[in-house]
Design a protein around this ligand. Structure first.
Ligand SMILES: O=C(O)CCC(=O)C(=O)O
Length: 299
């Protein structure tokens, strides 16, 4: 993997299966093809994953102390860290993106999240664009009524929306603009796209990979008290610039550049542009330093 593509392999508008799948290992061609066609694909993590999922679920529950979500439990759970570093996932992502991935964040859920529809790219973006993805790992079989993940196959091909494009006229947008303006506007865009939703029913030890711009969210929980134990790991790819569009003025070129943690090394990744280290504001370095020593937190 010496030359770095500027577009993830499966996101290339000129993707040609006959040509582009020839360089992909035969057992991963179906995965890459699914990513290309729908923006999401299922992976089986193998025979040992079931026991690891049980340990990850127990660790997450202990760290949640009654809450329903914990972020970055990988810092305190070997099982969660091992799942985020799973070699099957890393190999598949490297094949689909053409760059090496690294996990930078984990989220564990005890119940369905009921999160509004969104695409991750407003939270975690990169230059070159779209070198980011989420991986949703089922820590138990997903049951109807437990608020399964919903996603819109094909939505990864829609244009990437910025805060200004949805109507936030600010050079320093923030989370409140996201809730108030972005979320409803995004729902309207998806409703108007003509795309149809799919719900995700996968088994313990399976993982669903979603492309950075794939629209997804949590459906309502219709069986009160049901659990939907899951682990979401977010990945960036090597040698990119990493930034947060939600707090950036993309059109003006004012990007909230970040130094994402690296789950494998427990350090961080310095953002790079065209093979060189990118300049980073001292505040971003301080944030990264704080992140390195932060305990998992619940919400
Ligand atoms: O698990 C879910 O219901 C949603 C998770 C999600 O949207 C995310 O982590 O980005």
């Amino acid at each position: 993997m010496s030359s770095r593509p500027e577009v993830p392999l499966f996101e290339d508008p000129a993707f040609d299966p006959a040509r582009d799948l020839a360089g992909v290992a035969p057992d991963l061609r179906g995965f890459v093809r699914d990513m290309q066609e729908t923006g999401g694909a299922v992976l089986d993590l193998g025979a040992e994953a079931g026991a690891l999922c049980d340990r990850a679920a127990a660790d997450a529950e202990r760290l949640m102390r009654g809450a329903s979500r914990v972020q970055d439990a990988w810092r305190r759970s070997r099982a969660i860290r091992r799942l985020a570093l799973d070699p099957t996932i890393r190999r598949a992502l490297a094949a689909a993106y053409g760059r090496r991935p690294f996990a930078f964040q984990t989220l564990n859920f005890q119940q369905g999240s009921e999160q509004p529809l969104h695409s991750d790219v407003i939270h975690f973006s990169s230059l070159p664009a779209r070198f980011m993805c989420g991986v949703w790992i089922a820590l138990e079989d997903v049951q109807p009524g437990a608020g399964p993940l919903v996603y819109y196959p094909g939505s990864h091909r829609l244009p990437l929306l910025t805060m200004r494009e949805v109507g936030v006229n600010s050079d320093a947008p923030g989370p409140e603009d996201y809730e108030r303006v972005f979320v409803p506007r995004f729902a309207t865009v998806i409703a108007g796209s003509g795309l149809k939703p799919s719900e995700l029913f996968i088994r313990k030890g399976q993982a669903f990979v979603w492309a950075a711009n794939l629209a997804h969210g949590g459906t309502p929980i219709t069986t009160p008290g049901s659990t939907r134990k899951s682990l979401v790991a977010h990945y960036y790819f090597e040698d990119c610039l990493y930034f947060t569009p939600m707090t950036s003025d993309v059109e003006a070129g004012r990007l909230s550049v970040r130094l994402p943690p690296d789950v494998r090394t427990r350090g961080w990744r310095w953002p790079r542009i065209a093979g060189r280290r990118a300049p980073v504001r001292p505040r971003a370095v301080l944030t990264a330093l704080r992140e390195m020593t932060r305990e998992p937190f619940v919400s």
